[in-house]
Design a protein around this ligand. Structure first.
Ligand SMILES: C[C@@H]1N[C@H](CN)[C@@H](O)[C@H](O)[C@@H]1O
Length: 442
């Protein structure tokens, strides 16, 4: 019997995180839209590295913030815009320059499958208010302008065709088509952005539209929910769960409710006793930044380290790609997705369907880290060499026969000082993280 949720916080709190989200571990975030046309931002900091003040917002590394970055009227993006497009060029003009002429959603979906992702989350409306779906509530959308197609629907079909879950991102509290005072600090972000009841109804209506049209497995709201519409949330979320029984929502509804909490780069917190998700771009931006060349984005080793450390601490990794305006995925981003997929192809047994071990991760003085996951009565030991070609570490309190999942890993294990000493001489096809299975949990 399908559970039915009432539009009350009490009823919503009975919702459990579904097994597919606990098991899935790895998703692909996609930021694609008008901002992909200029594809520019200064390469400054990771979110959380510096305070979210005027310096951050006027030197915003997020290319998808291009509208606000030029709207503040000074700074690197403003200077770039004036030089490239001219002072009088309006952001909205990008709506007729974005053609997605080389876009092949089936190709994207095949790549995400090869990357070992279990779910995908696509922006349906970012802060600029441009919708990637044929919304009844605005013509400022991709079926009427630019690509002239239902981007959300076409990708949803392709992703589901590869048996992956499709999630949708919605910019709940910020929409610069309703309120576009320049945002220069977090007070602007949470309090002056879209302050009207009219916008709250708009956000509610569009969210219902997305739920009813696409039944997304993830409803990924961003930044917050319009304060004037908080009373609507129990109905919206119960409608969502009654429509998508195994759907999940994040924690960006004004801290009122969540299935999973979120971290973004260095911002946010993770509690390994709860389900959480780490999201980040491959570089400093979510939207494509043409300045972010191969040497400026996360290395393959660091991406695998991030996946392993996130999963071992009860998180999922939602790694973002920023496609070009024409619909192609930059080669350097594709290279990382394929490498993660190859690593998961060899070591995925320790990742998919695993659960957080009671053993906490260990960081050794030379930065080497050892993480643990558990699954079906086995303990997995994931040794992250952090760039070293050979490592030797003793893991206390372990015993038993440790078998590398990658047959090309050359390693010895020995009982020593009440623990197991692992000496890895060759990481085989496992980049910088060698994984061992112990068939009984000690
Ligand atoms: C996933 C990211 N979330 C932030 C808000 N913290 C957005 O401002 C950013 O553009 C991106 O969508």
């Amino acid at each position: 019997m399908k559970k039915r949720y009432a539009s009350t916080w009490e009823s919503l709190k009975e919702h459990q995180v579904p097994q597919w989200y606990e098991d899935g571990k790895f998703g692909i975030f996609i930021h694609w839209g008008l901002y992909s046309v200029p594809a520019f931002a200064p390469q400054t900091w990771e979110l959380g590295e510096v305070p979210p003040d005027e310096t951050w917002f006027s030197n915003n590394p997020y290319a998808e913030w291009y509208y606000n970055s030029i709207h503040v009227g000074y700074g690197p993006s403003y200077d770039y815009h004036v030089k490239k497009y001219g002072k009088d060029f309006k952001y909205e003009q990008f709506a007729d320059m974005w053609k997605a002429e080389k876009w092949n959603p089936a190709e994207w979906a095949r790549l995400f499958k090869k990357a070992g992702a279990e779910y995908v989350v696509l922006t349906t409306k970012h802060h600029d208010g441009f919708c990637l779906f044929p919304s009844k509530y605005t013509d400022y959308n991709a079926s009427k302008r630019g690509p002239q197609r239902d981007i959300v629907g076409d990708l949803t079909d392709a992703v589901r065709g590869e048996n992956l879950r499709m999630g949708l991102y919605y910019s709940g509290i910020v929409d610069w088509t309703f309120a576009d005072d320049p945002i220069l600090n977090n007070d602007d972000l949470f309090h002056t952005a879209s302050p009207t009841f009219a916008y709250a109804d708009y956000a509610y209506n569009q969210s219902m539209e997305l739920i009813d049209r696409y039944a997304p497995s993830v409803f990924w709201n961003d930044i917050g929910w319009p304060r004037q519409g908080e009373h609507n949330l129990p109905y919206l979320l119960s409608h969502y769960y009654n429509t998508v029984e195994d759907g999940v929502v994040n924690d960006r509804f004004n801290d009122l409710y969540y299935d999973f909490t979120t971290k973004e780069y260095q911002s946010g917190s993770a509690n390994r006793r709860e389900k959480w998700e780490m999201c980040r771009g491959m570089g400093l931006s979510f939207g494509y930044n043409a300045m972010e060349s191969d040497d400026k984005i996360i290395s393959i080793e660091d991406a695998i380290s991030l996946l392993v450390s996130t999963v071992a601490n009860n998180g999922n990794l939602l790694l973002n790609i920023g496609p070009r305006a024409d619909g192609t995925i930059p080669e350097e981003q594709e290279k990382r997705l394929l490498a993660i997929g190859e690593w998961l192809g060899v070591n995925g047994e320790a990742i998919y369907g695993s659960r957080c071990s009671s053993r906490e991760s260990i960081k050794y003085t030379d930065q080497i880290q050892v993480h643990f996951t558990e699954r079906d009565g086995a303990l997995y030991v994931l040794i992250d060499a952090k760039g070293k070609s050979q490592v030797s570490v003793t893991v206390p309190g372990l015993s038993g026969n440790a078998v590398p999942l990658d047959p090309k890993v050359e390693a010895d294990t020995a009982k020593i000082d009440g623990g197991l000493r692992f000496t890895v001489k060759n990481f085989g096809d496992s980049q910088n993280v060698a994984v061992f299975r112990l068939n009984r949990i000690m």
